[in-house]
Ligand binder design. Structure first.
Ligand code: SAM
Length: 262
């Protein structure tokens, strides 16, 4: 091909495409089927109102349980952040072990159900820095749940965290917001933060999401500049529920992400 081009032209222009641009182009093409899918916040609230919350698990998530030692790394009394927390029972499980938990969730119904279903009394107060937001605090456990849009939350409101459990969060936000999301999460990580991220791999041509497909290469491009990333676990997660969505495979990956030491 190069010879033919040489014969037909006076000059040959060699275009050097850097590896990083090729990787980015590859990610963009993998994400194309879901790139423009948008869930507005009201749709999440509707799901809560109609009890269409198939993502909620009544028991502690297996991937958190099996990797908790790697997250704690010998530490006690760790501050955990739960982005898009829903009413995950994992929050109580960690608080029962002496850790503190801060969650962010848009649905007030989800927040109230969390406390009520776990038999906890709670207080409720406005968050002056975020118009319309409230923070719900358990009276017995060290759990504070901010009812607001995640993108209105910041380290100036909640401080930084020693650990993050991200299940049903990066995979639930709109795909076009992933860079903004990653920048926010990185800003919430303390120097010793250990961020456990759960992602899903499937054929995005077959199902529109959420949950959305997040390839490992994108985890690398979102967090790899400032963080080290280790793939801790990869399991076949396909169930009849997912077959019903039309999926033919579903892999659940768990990554441990830690800030690079400078
Ligand atoms: C897929 S669910 C996962 C909930 C929880 N992490 C779990 O594993 O059960 C996503 C949750 O995020 C909430 N949510 C979606 N977008 C949000 C946003 N921008 N800010 C705050 N909460 C949001 C939804 O109401 C929903 O409860």
């Amino acid at each position: 091909m190069i010879e033919a081009a040489a014969a037909a032209a006076d000059h040959i222009i060699v275009v050097f495409v850097p590896e990083s641009s090729r990787a980015q182009a590859n990610i963009t093409s993998m994400l194309a089927p879901q790139a423009n899918r948008v869930m507005v916040l009201g749709e999440w609230e509707e799901r809560w109102q109609e009890n269409r919350i198939g993502f909620h698990q009544p028991v502690v998530h297996k991937m958190l349980e099996s990797n908790i030692d790697k997250v704690l790394a010998g530490r006690t009394g760790v501050r955990f952040f739960f982005p898009l927390c829903g009413k995950a029972v994992d929050m109580k499980w960690l608080a029962d072990q002496g850790h503190s938990v801060v969650g962010v969730e848009i649905s007030e119904m989800a927040v109230k159900q969390f406390f009520e279903e776990n038999n906890m009394t709670y207080s409720e107060e406005p968050v002056p820095a975020i118009p319309g937001a409230k923070v719900f605090k358990s009276s017995e456990k060290n759990i504070s749940l901010y009812q607001c849009d995640l993108y209105n939350f910041s380290s100036s409101i909640g401080g930084q965290f020693g650990a993050i459990w991200d299940r049903g969060s990066l995979v639930a936000i709109n795909p076009k917001d992933r860079e903004k999301y990653a920048a926010l999460i990185i800003s919430l990580m303390a120097k010793d933060c250990r961020y456990l991220l759960d992602t899903l791999l499937y054929n995005p041509e077959l199902y529109p999401g959420p949950p959305f497909f997040v390839p490992d290469a994108q985890v690398q491009s979102l967090f790899g500049k400032s963080c080290d990333i280790e793939l801790l676990q990869s399991v076949d997660a396909l169930t009849d529920r997912h077959r019903g969505w039309g999926l033919d495979f579903l892999t659940e990956n768990v990554h441990l992400i830690t800030p690079k030491s400078v």
